[in-house]
Design a protein around this ligand. Structure first.
Ligand code: GYE
Length: 286
């Protein structure tokens, strides 16, 4: 029996991630206890404590936040229940979990920064839409982008604010920043596609052309982002593959057989630009 504590359903990426894991469990006829954390850290901690009490065989956590996991992970260790992390990491000693399945989030941020530097010849006035601040993925995507644009003195982040990885908050934050920085903005860097799609709505509502008046670059490469790229409203996205199901259960089976697994497993990605979208959209699994 596998106990899986999911962040919630904050983005298209997250929905695809849940589906991939649930489908793979079904395919392998494994019992999966799925707990939706509703994007609240304490809900996840309570769910994991419930899994420990229930005596599940293994615990899988996609953490909403990276802090505040040590006591619960120590409890799981005391109970002899291995823990696997997916999609984000936690701020705890590595010996408190078996492995973490993630993308290289710093690399993703760097790719977005390098792409924007090339498109703007190193001159841009940027709005950064940050993910959930307490999540390690947001900290690392922010650091990678900052590192890339630091090489270009005329690339400036004029405002950086969290949209919590959601389309709704991405739109609301962009509306506020468009009116606060009228006529100054020529680029948006969003930590995920859902916030970028919200920002695109706000840019259009302000009478501007997303993808032209204001360049938009983001991360995830979900299908709605391809649709926006085909419309020329999103310029590029860095792929972050959510289909963790097969890799996760291969890893779980190795752990169950007592085999050693690496502490960190990086899921690769690539930069995808709008002129590639029409040809690729049909073959996208998420
Ligand atoms: O980019 C975003 C989701 O942890 C990699 O979480 C994941 C991120 C993903 O909300 O869409």
């Amino acid at each position: 029996m596998v106990g899986f504590s999911q962040t919630g359903a904050e983005s298209s990426w997250r929905v695809a991630h849940s589906k991939s894991i649930q489908e793979e469990a079904d395919k392998r006829r494994l019992q999966l206890l799925f707990a939706d954390g509703q994007n609240v850290h304490n809900n996840q901690v309570n769910a994991v404590n419930g899994f420990i009490t229930k005596g599940v065989d293994i615990i899988v956590i996609a953490p909403q936040e990276s802090l505040g996991w040590k006591p619960t992970l120590k409890e799981a260790k005391r109970a002899g229940i291995p823990v696997v992390l997916t999609s984000r990491g936690v701020d705890a000693d590595e010996d408190l979990y078996e492995t973490v399945l993630v993308a290289d989030f710093v690399w993703e941020g760097r790719q977005a920064g390098d792409w924007l530097a090339k498109q703007t010849n190193g001159s841009a006035r940027i709005i950064e839409l940050v993910g959930t601040p307490a999540a390690d993925v947001a900290t690392m995507r922010k650091a990678g982008f900052a590192e890339a644009i630091a090489k270009h003195p005329d690339m400036k982040i004029i405002a950086s604010q969290s949209g919590d990885f959601t389309r709704t908050k991405g739109k609301a934050v962009m509306e506020t920043l468009l009116s606060a920085h009228k006529g100054e903005i020529n680029a948006v860097y969003a930590h995920n596609d859902d916030m970028a799609l919200g920002a695109i709505q706000a840019i259009e509502a302000a009478g501007l052309k997303p993808g032209k008046d204001i360049l938009v670059v983001s991360i995830d490469a979900v299908k709605p982002a391809f649709e926006a790229m085909i419309e020329g409203k999103l310029n590029a996205t860095v792929e972050c593959n959510p289909m963790h199901g097969p890799l996760l259960f291969d890893t779980i089976e190795k752990i169950a057989r007592g085999e050693k697994v690496p502490k960190r497993t990086i899921v690769p990605g690539k930069v995808l630009e709008s002129d590639q979208a029409a040809a690729l959209i049909g073959s996208r699994p998420y």
